[in-house]
Ligand binder design. Structure first.
Ligand SMILES: Cc1ncc(COP(=O)(O)O)c(C=O)c1O
Length: 318
């Protein structure tokens, strides 16, 4: 991740907390941990927490812009769905969670930033049985983030297909946003080793699933295509915003299986994710996509996304 910011080489992330870099606040953050607000140096969880021992837990990454949390309800829906899927009972109500989240942002005096919301299985013993864990722990971190420098949104990313396949839904369903991200981390390592900005992950059938922390879209002859959730993609919140924007702009968008070939011959390609937002891709496995510059539709999607995030959302300070 330390490569220079040149086209065709991996992009160095800007100040971020989700994609491989580190948060660079000078002042200590105030962290929410199980009902308390603590300075980050004192916000600690047990070494017996199964979130640490087994990756047993769930999380969300959420953005807030201009003093409002973007698509909060959708993120909470997905958090609760992840919890239900892994039989984890979130120990607070949705209203309490919302208040804790907003209060954490207020405690840090932020108007624009990123929230990492985590629910771990909690403290157990060294055995993996979650029945040993009496109470899940809730952690909320509010920080600032800029995953990629602005020029990448103008010039585009390079991606590379990785050998690491997205987990089969029968093994670990990618729809669960769990603390076990080693599948994605392995893919990310491949991208790093290949000098690319992101890794394109395929499913067991060899079709495109998603990137390590982003959904994938391609554009061909004025239409947008993206893999269905059944291909192994997370039901991304930003993905659903892309659907909304496409509808608004009158651009047809279709969920369908996509192969590497489809990506290579696409006119345009872009990724969506809470941290990366909407970001263009200009090269895949060495093949230049379209003209090698972010295309017209991707550029419109990015512009509209940037308007939308500042328009609505859950108010933090009122
Ligand atoms: C594996 C994976 N796919 C896709 C996404 C994009 O989802 P969202 O737009 O909800 O952030 C994320 C990030 O949350 C992710 O971790």
């Amino acid at each position: 991740m330390d490569e220079p910011q040149t086209r065709g080489a991996a992009v160095k992330p800007a100040d971020e907390s989700a994609g491989g870099g580190s948060v660079t606040q000078k002042k200590e953050l105030t962290i929410y941990l199980d009902g308390e607000f603590l300075p980050e140096s004192e916000a600690k969880v047990s070494v017996f927490d199964h979130g640490l021992l087994y990756g047993d837990g769930i999380f969300e990454g959420i953005r807030f812009y201009n003093g409002r949390v973007f698509r909060l309800e959708e993120h909470l829906d997905r958090l609760w769905d992840s919890a239900r899927s892994i039989c984890l009972e979130i120990p607070v109500s949705r209203e309490e969670m919302t208040e804790a989240l907003l209060a954490t942002i207020r405690q840090n005096g932020l108007r624009d930033g990123y929230i990492r919301q985590i629910v771990t299985r909690g403290v157990g013993n060294l055995g993996l049985n979650p029945a040993q864990c009496k109470r899940p722990s809730i952690i909320i971190i509010a920080a600032t983030i800029a995953l990629y420098p602005e020029e990448v949104y103008r010039n585009g990313l390079t991606i590379v297909t990785c050998a690491t396949r997205r987990t089969n839904a029968a093994a670990l369903n990618p729809a669960v946003k769990s603390l076990n991200y080693l599948n994605n981390v392995m893919a990310r390592i491949e991208a790093n080793l290949a000098g690319a900005d992101e890794a394109l992950m395929l499913n067991d059938a060899g079709n495109v699933a998603e990137c390590t922390a982003d959904n994938v879209f391609i554009i061909k002859k004025g239409q947008i295509f993206t893999p269905p959730i059944s291909a192994g993609a997370l039901r991304g919140i930003t993905r659903s915003v892309a659907f909304d924007i496409a509808a608004e702009l009158g651009i047809r968008i279709t969920e369908t299986d996509i192969t590497r070939h489809d990506v290579f011959v696409a006119d345009e390609c872009f990724l969506t994710g809470t941290a990366a937002e909407v970001i263009p891709v200009i090269k895949a496995d060495g093949r230049v996509i379209g003209t090698g510059k972010p295309g017209a539709i991707s550029t419109r999607m990015i512009a509209r996304f940037r308007e939308l995030v500042r328009e609505g959302g859950t108010p933090i300070y009122s």
